[in-house]
Ligand binder design. Structure first.
Ligand code: NAP
Length: 248
């Protein structure tokens, strides 16, 4: 069945791979992004080429008015969402706790955690059967860092993803009766541009040999799991935290 989905942070990396796979299924995809207009336009084109429909919506997931607007624009273009991928997230420059910078850590929690709560709230308001919705699937983007801890480089990021895991478990119980399944995907080391934002340009090459499968994963390999969670094929999966890590 064709679906309407909203992907936050859908212009690049894992979110863009999810958008392209959704397009290949003929789904309608609203692609939220922060500021890279060119990347968003390219992903819209890729979704359309793959066979789906797409729009790009600029907005900050940490800003309440932006989040409400991105859901409104999705509904105007394609109708109520059947699925939402709570994917937008950032890392900050790697640092140990003794060197923690208050403002950048606050910004990270604002986007990775508060933003995810805002998106989950709007998803629930629009998909809950008790509010006239059809139910649906909410997929939260966590990270293997939630259980690894991020020692020495990004404990703040790891802790923000721990919050995503807990949010997922709680909402799966809170929203299950409303027809909304809530699950999280926990990627390991995935080839996207996010690693450069840590300031460690060699991060992927340095860590990949330590992965049991001996390599980093691709955004498409994560997207396959996300699409499965959005699809009716996973209709009895709720409250799961699924690792896509090559065994890391
Ligand atoms: P990425 O390549 O850096 O892409 C980030 C995406 O998020 C872009 O579309 C960006 O938009 C958007 N974005 C950033 N801040 C935003 C904001 N405040 N509001 C709305 N959109 C925002 O990242 P990625 O590697 O694909 O990561 C996606 C998710 O997977 C994140 O939650 C990340 O923590 C998680 N993850 C990644 C890995 C990995 O190894 N890559 C591993 C585990 C978990 P612009 O293009 O406009 O900047």
């Amino acid at each position: 069945m064709p679906k309407t989905i909203l992907i936050t942070g859908g212009s690049r990396g894992i979110g863009a791979a999810c958008a392209r796979l959704a397009g290949a299924r003929g789904w309608s995809v609203a692609i939220n992004y922060a500021g890279n207009d060119a990347a968003a336009a390219e992903t819209v084109r890729a979704v359309e080429t793959a066979g789906g429909r797409a729009i790009a919506i600029k907005g900050n997931v940490a800003a309440e008015t932006d989040v409400v607007r991105m859901f409104d624009e999705t509904e105007t273009a394609f109708g109520r969402p059947d699925g939402v991928v709570n994917n937008a997230g950032i890392v900050r420059t790697s640092a140990k706790i003794v060197d923690m910078d208050t403002e950048s850590t606050r910004k990270l929690f604002d986007i990775n955690v508060f933003g995810a709560f805002l998106v989950a709230r709007e998803a629930a308001r629009r998909m809950a059967t008790s509010r006239g919705g059809r139910g649906g699937s909410l997929v939260n983007m966590s990270s293997a860092a939630a259980r690894l801890g991020g020692a020495g480089e990004m404990t703040d990021y790891a802790a923000s993803k721990g919050a995503i895991d807990t949010l997922t478990l709680g909402l799966s119980k809170e929203l299950g009766p409303d027809g909304i399944r809530v699950n999280a995907v926990r990627p390991g080391l995935i080839e996207t541009e996010i690693h450069n934002d840590s300031g460690d340009m060699d991060r992927l090459n340095r860590l990949a040999p330590g992965v049991p499968m001996g390599r980093a994963g691709s955004a498409e390999e994560v997207a396959e799991t996300v699409i499965w969670l959005l699809d009716d094929a996973s209709s009895y999966v709720n409250g799961a935290l699924i690792d896509v890590t090559g065994g890391r």
